[in-house]
Ligand binder design. Structure first.
Ligand SMILES: Cc1cc2nc3c(=O)[nH]c(=O)nc-3n(C[C@H](O)[C@H](O)[C@H](O)COP(=O)(O)OP(=O)(O)OC[C@H]3O[C@@H](n4cnc5c(N)ncnc54)[C@H](O)[C@@H]3O)c2cc1C
Length: 604
């Protein structure tokens, strides 16, 4: 990360900039965790994408957020037309993103490569998109998610056809995906789904009846929906999965009514509505009654999208804050010269780097697992750090993905909210992007599973998959790699927390279920903090080996704020790292390892 510091004061706001160039933390994670050949190909593409997102897509996103889409359910004669009138600027954004391969590069070898890239690349592009529009990322991600399901579970002519359309790089043939799970009586409780699937005379073709209550990207051709066949058992075991297109094979509208679009707080770029199936033509995906299992593989991807999207929102909020704080004068100086604001910005930066480390590691593990699934013999492993086997990848993926989604959703809300305050009154005014960031952030803890549901999933994964068996060596390996004197005492602190965490996990496994549920969120928080500390230490050590001490400072602040136990909450301990090292942490001023041993702070 060594290089020139960034002068955030030269910008007026966090738009009409290149998000790839202005985010060395994101760039470092990508370089570290992509297979080397994929990074070599992708870095220029991501740089170009960061530029387009920061300019055209950002401008379009603001207009779409302001003006939105509309739904025409009936024509003047009362016929159902289910016509979503998309804002033209959204159609322009669709083109800008899809033609750059945000979906197709993970399925078809793009120009200059012989192989497609991993899903990690799709997630990285989505991460950049969320700097400007988390709503738009919803259909982008559901397109990949639906393709993942059809690729793994689809086994008939219909699923093959839709898989091809979802993943093609020919935009004339391309269709988007969606997933309709939630019904009025339950979103978390998917097993309560009541939509019925009646068989027809044709194999694999069904007619759906009933209502879906939250349907994002409502008119997607590649929609997947859960429904129950006659005599299927209750609960999730009785659910089957179907493709329910907007248009039937004969070219007419499918038999469903888009009742209305939800009047949402944010994510305006994606139309979310209510659908009434009235015998809608639907094609079975995979085995009957295997639908929930199939849908789970989509949910893993969507949850990572959500976590990476939260990172994008945080990245934008942080950028806006840095720029504003560098330019806004109060009491005779720019506000980023005042110790409290410097501490605020270091806190936000530390949260951002903590979240980024966790989510990108979870993404790398997920990507690795998917490569094993696709071809165990040819799973790519040319990542330079900490390779993992298939079983470890599965267990860690199952554990880290729900935690990433839960934690980052909440962190994005916090960061977006505080970034509003950094802008003072302007932050609360709609002409500035902050209120949209907060509106969009607020959905991230809710959709794809709420915080509680994800924390309960963590308990389930520990009990059913014994995920701790993979987690413990994963953390240990990173702690054991720490050798720099500055990091050793931090590693000791984390080591002691790691021991307590292990004891807590073992204890909870034998507690009665009600007590375990009561502590589920605490446990997820604790796993996040310990794992993140270990990841940051690992990265800090590597950077120190390369002559760069910046990550060590960030790690120090993370460990101190999460695990520090100074008397009087540290108020009297004389420590003021954020003020002393503001330039290095927030503006990326270079700092060499030897400087960590000096008492004097860098000259800013
Ligand atoms: C903008 C938006 C778009 C959406 N798009 C889609 C979509 O495209 N497809 C789709 O299928 N769904 C979609 N959803 C629905 C979303 O996934 C659900 O709203 C969400 O999963 C929560 O379900 P619910 O609304 O039924 O709330 P509930 O399940 O009723 O939950 C209410 C509260 O109870 C808590 N809770 C529930 N069970 C427990 C428990 N056992 N222990 C402790 N707490 C519990 C939850 O954490 C939550 O806080 C969308 C939602 C929004 C807001």
């Amino acid at each position: 990360m060594t290089g020139e510091p960034i002068d955030f004061g030269q910008y007026e706001e966090g738009r009409h900039v290149n998000y790839w160039e202005l985010d060395p933390v994101f760039r470092d994670e990508i370089e570290r965790l992509y297979p080397a050949d994929e990074f070599a190909w992708a870095k220029d593409k991501l740089a170009e994408f960061g530029e387009v997102v920061g300019h055209d897509i950002a401008d379009n996103a603001d207009v779409v957020d302001e003006e939105g889409h509309t739904l025409q359910t009936y024509d003047k004669d009362g016929n159902v037309v289910n016509n979503v009138r998309y804002h033209p600027r959204q159609l322009e954004n669709d083109r800008l993103a899809y033609e750059r391969g945000v979906v197709s590069d993970a399925w078809n070898a793009p120009e200059g490569r012989e192989e497609p890239l991993g899903l990690q690349h799709t997630l990285a592009m989505q991460n950049l998109l969320c700097y400007v529009d988390a709503g738009f990322v919803c259909p982008v991600s559901m397109t990949t998610g639906a393709a993942i399901v059809l690729d793994k579970f689809g086994d008939n002519e219909f699923t093959e056809e839709y898989l091809e359309k979802l993943t093609t790089d020919d935009l004339a043939e391309f269709v988007e995906g969606a997933m309709f799970l939630t019904e009025k009586q339950g979103g978390s409780d998917v097993g309560a789904n009541e939509v019925r699937a009646e068989p027809t005379d044709e194999d694999e073709v069904y007619e759906l009846h009933g209502e879906k209550w939250f349907c994002s990207n409502i008119d997607a051709e590649g929609t997947l929906a859960l429904a129950r066949r006659p005599d299927a058992p209750e609960g999730t075991d009785g659910l089957s999965l179907f493709v329910v297109p907007h248009t039937k094979r004969d070219g007419t509208l499918n038999d469903q009514v888009y009742r209305r679009l939800k009047d949402k707080m944010g994510t305006i770029a994606v139309p979310t509505g209510e659908v009434e199936f009235e015998g809608a033509e639907a094609y079975l995906v995979g085995e009957p009654e295997d639908g929930f299992k199939a849908m789970t593989s989509m949910l893993n991807f969507e949850r990572l999208t959500n976590a990476g999207g939260s990172i994008g929102i945080m990245g934008r909020a942080l950028l806006e804050s840095k720029i504003y704080a560098a330019n806004r004068d109060a009491f005779g100086d720019s506000i980023d010269q005042y110790p409290l604001m410097r501490r605020d910005l270091v806190d936000m930066q530390t949260d951002y780097e903590a979240g980024t480390a966790f989510v990108h590691e979870a993404t790398r593990i997920y990507d690795r697992y998917e490569r094993y699934e696709a071809d165990p013999e040819d799973a790519r492993s040319d990542v330079e750090v900490h390779d993992i086997d298939e079983e470890t990848a599965f267990k860690l993926m199952r554990l880290l993905v729900p935690i990433a989604k839960y934690k980052l959703g909440r962190m994005a809300v916090d960061t977006a909210s505080y970034a509003m305050e950094v802008k003072g009154g302007n932050g609360y005014v709609r002409e500035f992007v902050n209120e949209r960031l907060l509106r969009d952030a607020q959905v991230t803890p809710i959709w794809e599973g709420t915080s509680n549901i994800l924390s309960l999933d963590v308990l389930r994964v520990l009990n059913k998959e014994a995920a701790h068996e993979a987690l413990f060596p994963f953390v240990r390996e990173r702690l054991d790699g720490v050798s720099h004197p500055h990091l050793e005492s931090l590693a000791d602190t984390v080591e002691s927390e790691f021991e307590s965490l292990q004891e807590a996990m073992v204890a909870l496994a034998t507690e009665d279920p009600d007590y375990a549920q009561h502590e589920a969120k605490e446990l997820a928080d604790y796993i996040f903090d310990v794992v993140t500390a270990a990841l940051l230490l690992d990265r800090a050590q590597d950077q120190l080996d390369d002559g760069d001490a910046r990550k060590a400072l960030v790690t120090e602040w993370f460990v101190e704020t999460r695990f520090g136990q100074a008397a009087a909450r540290g108020i009297t301990d004389g420590e003021k790292l954020p003020d002393d090292r503001f330039e290095e942490i927030v503006h990326f001023a270079p700092i060499e390892p030897d400087a960590l041993l000096d008492a004097a702070p860098a000259d800013d």
